[in-house]
Design a protein around this ligand. Structure first.
Ligand code: HEC
Ligand code: HEC
Ligand code: HEC
Ligand code: HEC
Ligand code: HEC
Ligand code: HEC
Ligand code: HEC
Ligand code: HEC
Length: 499
């Protein structure tokens, strides 16, 4: 009896305190003093910049970040955080909020909180281009809860007094962007009494935002039945292999997902990955768990084919499709389907009731029902002149040996410019490159300011791998660029001369 009474008091106390905590957000700034490491890492990642309120004529503020993005010999661009100017014909003053602008693209809300549509109303960071954000006659639309629920902390459909001035915004939020409490839950009580733990562990929340067609994390169809419902016509997948923010869908359809991985198995949730590679935990290196995966036929030093190039190709699209096979975001299936099929083969019409769009199952599965990327996305990103039939004959033996074939084939199948060796160097270094066809080749060395300092090669060459020696003579110490031009292929790398 006594025991029961005690228990009900405890229950009451808990119930009372949890309702009191329930809606109370403290804001990320209030965590700063006690958790400075988490705060500083988070502040440099993309999460806080998902939506920003514009203050007077100041444009949006981002951390100053840059990264060189390369995929084989095909894609090489510098990604920079931030938006250079307001959209054409508009000033920062005339806008209310900016969505994104940290890594992929940026969209805008007007002063009343309506989303602005039309030509040149979306800025794509990888290509530094202004593009249309939906076409047609629609010029503005409400910023709905279904949109900001993933972009803000403490989203609500209820309008607070503070949000009355934004008729375009359906309800309100506690903090713009994904703040600390976007993952940990409202933690005001914790800030005054740290022994009251934040309500959420953080781990389970990723898929509320990094997965599609979920209703607060609930599955609406089996994970491995991912469909590209936006794709309207075969061979014209407007959105790439998969779309952005589908990492959760993919992971749960993979063996890593079945093995109980969470996003935090690999990611440090407070750090970004687009710019700062430190966002992946050291324990998440593929080789830690999968040692001895030699890559047959690929001299890694020359081809730069790393685990992620084949297993996590950049095939997901947010803003830009960079080539037919490459976009700006990596896949999270890890599995490679080795059958000679492209994503366009054997399409199953999934939701024939939806007219239009017709939805197809582009994502292929193996016999055990596990999803994966097809060889067109895995191999053709570098072997542009090959097809899945060619790739399939090698793919199944990728880690068990195709050396006999290598010896026989002296002709490389893709253009490559290798990293010079040694590097840093003094005064001579070797540069290797491959050309699949006989071509006229120029190889030139430039200073960092773009001044030509040496022409190493300027001649017709046969197909194959070639090595040339570059002697720096009496050049000064510093960083130099060497650029190859062969047929349509052009590529540059850096090298360092240290006297
Ligand atoms: C007055 C200092 C203080 C403030 C302010 C503060 N914390 Fe803490 N926090 C602590 C202490 C102390 C711990 C316990 C550390 C330990 O046990 O190792 C802690 C632990 C945590 C943990 C780990 C909880 C667990 O289950 O182990 C999280 C998550 C956390 N804080 C998030 C936050 C967030 C989010 C904010 C801002 C809303 C915040 N903290 C503000 C002092 C603070
Ligand atoms: C289910 C959650 C969710 C919904 C709903 C959602 N987004 Fe996002 N959005 C994300 C995530 C997660 C990312 C980051 C994607 C990634 O890196 O894979 C993102 C990225 C973006 C970016 C690019 C950010 C940058 O810095 O490059 C923009 C812009 C954007 N979303 C706008 C919108 C708009 C407009 C809507 C409503 C029509 C919307 N989103 C609905 C989760 C969501
Ligand atoms: C994207 C979701 C997310 C955001 C945003 C986030 N956290 Fe975390 N946090 C996590 C997860 C998940 C863990 C558990 C880490 C793990 O298992 O590796 C964690 C762990 C922690 C811990 C305990 C372990 C540690 O790293 O010290 C603290 C304290 C913490 N977070 C504070 C914060 C603060 C303060 C902020 C804001 C500046 C913040 N978090 C923002 C997801 C997040
Ligand atoms: C097995 C390790 C692993 C797991 C588990 C994992 N990731 Fe990743 N993730 C990576 C690696 C590696 C990259 C970087 C790929 C590259 O750029 O080469 C990455 C990149 C990303 C990126 C941004 C860059 C990009 O290229 O798209 C986002 C966003 C992301 N992961 C989110 C998630 C989420 C959300 C989860 C959980 C659903 C998750 N990841 C689970 C390893 C992992
Ligand atoms: C409330 C929604 C939300 C939650 C919860 C969330 N994310 Fe995100 N995440 C986003 C949005 C939106 C972006 C795009 C931000 C931008 O770049 O503008 C993003 C971007 C990212 C990125 C790429 C940004 C960078 O800095 O490299 C990674 C990696 C990532 N999230 C991982 C995670 C992990 C891991 C978790 C769970 C621990 C998680 N996210 C939880 C909404 C969320
Ligand atoms: C923490 C350990 C761990 C890390 C880190 C890890 N894996 Fe795995 N991986 C596993 C486990 C466990 C399985 C499932 C094995 C099984 O079920 O047979 C697996 C399975 C796989 C598979 C087989 C998928 C299939 O459906 O057949 C591939 C491919 C793979 N991992 C690639 C990678 C790559 C690439 C990375 C680095 C980005 C990586 N893994 C990081 C542990 C890990
Ligand atoms: C040139 C492309 C390529 C690279 C680079 C590559 N892989 Fe693979 N990997 C494949 C292909 C193709 C398969 C499928 C083989 C099959 O299904 O029989 C595969 C299969 C796997 C598997 C599952 C089957 C198995 O053999 O266990 C794992 C795990 C794996 N790779 C890990 C890695 C790791 C770790 C790295 C980096 C050291 C790596 N891979 C680099 C192409 C590649
Ligand atoms: C990151 C770019 C890259 C990716 C991804 C890649 N390769 Fe390669 N691969 C190369 C380059 C460059 C060479 C030339 C190597 C040489 O000649 O030494 C090569 C060589 C080969 C060779 C040697 C024989 C020949 O015909 O050139 C085979 C076979 C091969 N790749 C198959 C594949 C398959 C199958 C895949 C997908 C599972 C794949 N590669 C993915 C860049 C790549």
């Amino acid at each position: 009896m006594k025991e029961m009474l005690l228990r009900s008091i405890v229950v009451l106390l808990f119930a009372a305190s949890s309702t009191a905590i329930a809606q109370e957000f403290a804001g990320s700034e209030s965590c700063k003093n006690c958790h400075s490491a988490a705060y500083n890492n988070w502040k440099a990642s993309g999460h806080p910049y998902k939506i920003q309120k514009l203050q007077a004529s100041t444009g949006p503020i981002y951390p100053v970040l840059k990264a060189q993005k390369t995929v084989g010999s095909q894609v090489n661009y510098e990604l920079k955080s931030g938006i250079p100017t307001p959209p054409s014909g508009l000033t920062w003053d005339s806008l209310g909020f900016v969505l994104g602008g940290y890594h992929s693209n940026a969209r805008f809300l007007d002063k009343e909180g309506y989303i602005i549509y039309g030509n040149n109303r979306q800025y794509n960071l990888p290509t530094s281009k202004w593009v249309a954000y939906t076409s047609g006659t629609l010029t503005k639309a409400s910023y709905a809860y279904s949109c900001y629920k993933c972009h803000t902390t403490g989203p609500s459909k209820t309008k607070t007094t503070e949000f009355q001035m934004y008729p375009g915004i359906e309800g309100s939020w506690a903090e713009a962007g994904v703040g600390c409490e976007g993952c940990h839950g409202p933690s005001k009580a914790h800030t005054t009494n740290p022994s009251t733990k934040p309500p959420k562990e953080g781990l389970t929340t990723c898929n509320n935002c990094h997965a599609r067609d979920r209703n607060e994390g609930t599955t609406t169809y089996p994970w491995n039945q991912r469909v590209e419902w936006q794709a309207r016509t075969v061979n014209n997948v407007s959105t790439g292999f998969i779309r952005h923010r589908e990492q959760g869908d993919m992971m749960l359809a993979s063996k890593h997902g079945k093995a109980g991985f969470t996003c935090a198995t690999c990611h440090d949730p407070h750090k970004g990955v687009y710019f700062v590679q430190g966002g992946l935990k050291a324990s998440a290196s593929c080789q830690t768990c999968h040692p001895n995966k030699q890559i047959s036929g690929h001299d890694v030093l020359k081809t730069k084919a790393e685990c992620t190039d084949c297993h996590m190709p950049f095939a997901a699209r947010n803003g830009d499709q960079l080539t037919p096979y490459i976009s700006e975001q990596s896949t999270h299936y890890w599995k490679i389907i080795t059958d000679p099929v492209t994503m366009f083969d054997n399409l199953q019409d999934i939701a024939s009731t939806a007219t239009p769009p017709v939805t197809y199952k582009f994502i292929k599965t193996d016999a055990a029902g596990m999803s994966g990327v097809t060889l067109d996305y895995t191999c053709m990103q570098c072997h542009t002149d090959k097809n899945v039939t060619w790739a399939s004959t090698y793919a199944k033996r990728m880690h068990s040996g195709i050396t006999a074939v290598d010896a026989a084939s002296e002709v490389p199948s893709a253009y490559t410019l290798g990293q010079n060796y040694p590097n840093p160097f003094n005064p001579a270094t070797t540069i290797s490159f491959a050309i699949p066809k006989s071509s006229f080749v120029t190889l030139k060395v430039y200073s960092v300011t773009g001044e030509l300092v040496s022409t190493v090669l300027e001649q017709g060459m046969r197909a194959g791998w070639h090595n040339v020696t570059f002697n720096a003579g009496n050049l000064a110490s510093g960083v130099y660029l060497y650029r190859i031009q062969a047929a349509d292929f052009s590529y540059a790398r850096k090298m360092v001369l240290t006297r």
